[in-house]
Design a protein around this ligand. Structure first.
Ligand SMILES: [Cu+2]
Length: 509
């Protein structure tokens, strides 16, 4: 049995695990898993909270900068610190962000296709806003070092209440910036309108990031700390090059009393790794996926019970978690994700210990009260399911790059397709490679209802979905919202693949 006093975590400011001093010891065995615990000179670290930006005013204003931290890694700077803020907005509010690119003009960092040029911008993942400047435009809004961008987003009144996020999206350079930690959560308030009990239970925001430990001297120690099994995971033969952090901390402790109910909002902000999250022995009462409450399209089904949930890079789950029984040893972990023979190592590891009795009141938050009734969209899309696809996107790759329908994305590319706004479309995404890829499209959610040609028992509305190796997924795209007019993109959300060409333009007209 492991006492709560043994649990330690370490806050990771930016990245830089080389700055930790560990004294490690193996304490014992729990079930089939070797549990490695490390005593660190630092204090026990409970789950840190990232700073919040919120306002009762009609416009929320913040200044954000792209900087290099003292370790030379890219980071978002906000309010004098390199910890990205959580932006909490209400439907109907406006979000005004002054984004300064304060990165150096020359870089020693390497990006997907050569030395980084250090251009940057912001994408607002999952928000149903315009793809045109000054909103969610990743194509013409680009800041070179020294330049600023001014975003002014109108959060629609019918934006589903849930968890979204922002991150840089400069083609060719997005992987490096997100991998270094440039990502932050956006909460669209009002989810308690879909499930009133959420107003009465504490909320925790868990931003999971993957940290590159490939060149870290302490890589072996860090991998041990994450309790990565010695046996390989899946068909990948690659070495393990990433560990996950939660709100910037390596394996923090999350406090939850036996039987206590908490609302956990989990974001996979990793640039290029999947998580398959589970809390040992406790099912998730899932309330929302990819920011969309389950009740948004199905008022009579606001919850779904799942033992574990696969979250591709950029995926989110919001779920009620119940504290495990007194004395149990429990963790929030990611299971092994088999990424395929050409994929990256994505092994099981512990994300956070789940324990009772470590109080950290600052790491829970309260939602803002939203006036007005919940918005629903009862979309009847089932009759599109047996249609011939309106569009097929096939993912391929070779040693020269990554492609959609044989084409590598170029900044000057013509749109791959033009779509009339106001319609639903049946899309099929085909994966003709030997690794999994997450499909994502900007400004739009889709009904993901079939995998490898077989109807799923649990179709769901998502904005990012995994495409199995040598297989396909079938989606009903919701292009009905007139706000999406303009030039947009869809792409693989392994950002390294996006940077190397697995992206295409789509014109909504
Ligand atoms: Cu990919």
């Amino acid at each position: 049995m492991i006492s709560k006093d043994s649990f330690v975590g370490t806050y990771l400011s930016g990245v830089g695990p080389k700055y930790f001093r560990w004294i490690s010891e193996i304490l014992g065995l729990a079930g089939a898993t070797i549990v490695l615990l490390l005593r660190v000179e630092a204090q026990v670290v409970t789950l840190p909270a990232e700073p919040e930006v919120r306002s009762r005013e009609r416009v929320i204003t913040l200044k954000l900068s792209a900087v290099t931290d003292p370790n030379g890694h890219y980071a978002f700077a906000y309010n004098g610190k390199t910890v990205p803020p959580v932006i909490r907005v209400s439907p109907g509010q406006r979000l005004n962000i002054d984004y300064l690119n304060a990165l150096p003009r020359t870089s020693r960092e390497s990006c997907a296709t050569g030395p980084c040029m250090n251009m940057s911008n912001l994408h607002f993942h999952g928000l149903h806003v315009s793809p045109r400047s000054p909103q969610d435009d990743v194509l013409t809004m680009l800041a070179m070092p020294g330049d600023s961008l001014h975003y002014l987003l109108n959060i629609p009144l019918d934006q589903p209440s849930g968890l979204y996020w922002y991150h840089p999206h400069p083609h060719g350079e997005s992987d490096r910036q997100v991998l270094d930690g440039m990502s932050g959560a956006i909460v669209v308030e009002g989810i308690e309108r879909y499930l009133p009990e959420l107003a009465r239970i504490p909320e925790r925001l868990l931003v999971v990031r993957a940290v590159d430990i490939e060149h870290e001297a302490e890589a072996v120690t860090l991998k041990s700390r994450m309790a990565i099994p010695a046996t390989p995971c899946g068909a990948s033969t690659e070495p393990v090059e990433r560990i996950f952090t939660v709100n910037g901390a390596v394996r923090p402790a999350i406090d939850i009393a036996p039987g206590e109910r908490q609302f956990w909002r989990i974001l996979n902000a990793a640039a290029d790794r999947y998580i398959d999250v589970q809390v040992d022995g406790q099912p998730f009462e899932v309330v929302a996926l990819d920011g969309m409450p389950l009740a948004y399209h199905n008022p009579s089904g606001p919850k779904r019970f799942l033992d574990h949930i696969l979250l591709p890079p950029a995926g989110r789950v919001e779920a009620i978690v119940t504290g495990p029984p007194q004395g149990s040893v429990t963790a929030l972990r990611t299971r092994c994700v088999d990424t395929g023979p050409d994929g990256d190592a994505n092994p099981e590891m512990v994300l956070a210990d789940v324990v009772a009795g470590i109080r950290e009141p600052k790491s829970t938050s309260r939602p803002a009260a939203i006036k007005g009734p919940a918005v629903y969209k009862i979309a009847r899309v089932n009759h599109f399911e047996n249609s011939i696809p309106d569009f097929v996107a096939t993912f391929t790759e070779d040693k020269y790059g990554f492609y959609i329908n044989g084409r590598k994305f170029e900044v000057q590319s013509e749109p791959m397709l033009r779509v009339k706004v106001g319609s639903y479309q049946h899309w099929r995404i085909v994966n003709a490679t030997r690794e999994i890829h997450p499909f994502h499209i900007h400004q739009v959610h889709f009904w993901s209802y079939a995998e490898n040609g077989v109807r799923r028992p649990d179709p769901e509305w998502l904005d990012t979905a995994n495409v199995p190796i040598g297989g396909s997924i079938d989606l009903i795209m919701d292009f009905t919202d007139p706000i999406i007019r303009g030039m947009s993109v869809f792409h693989c959300h392994l950002l390294n693949h996006e940077d190397k060409g697995m992206m295409a333009k789509i014109l909504f007209h």
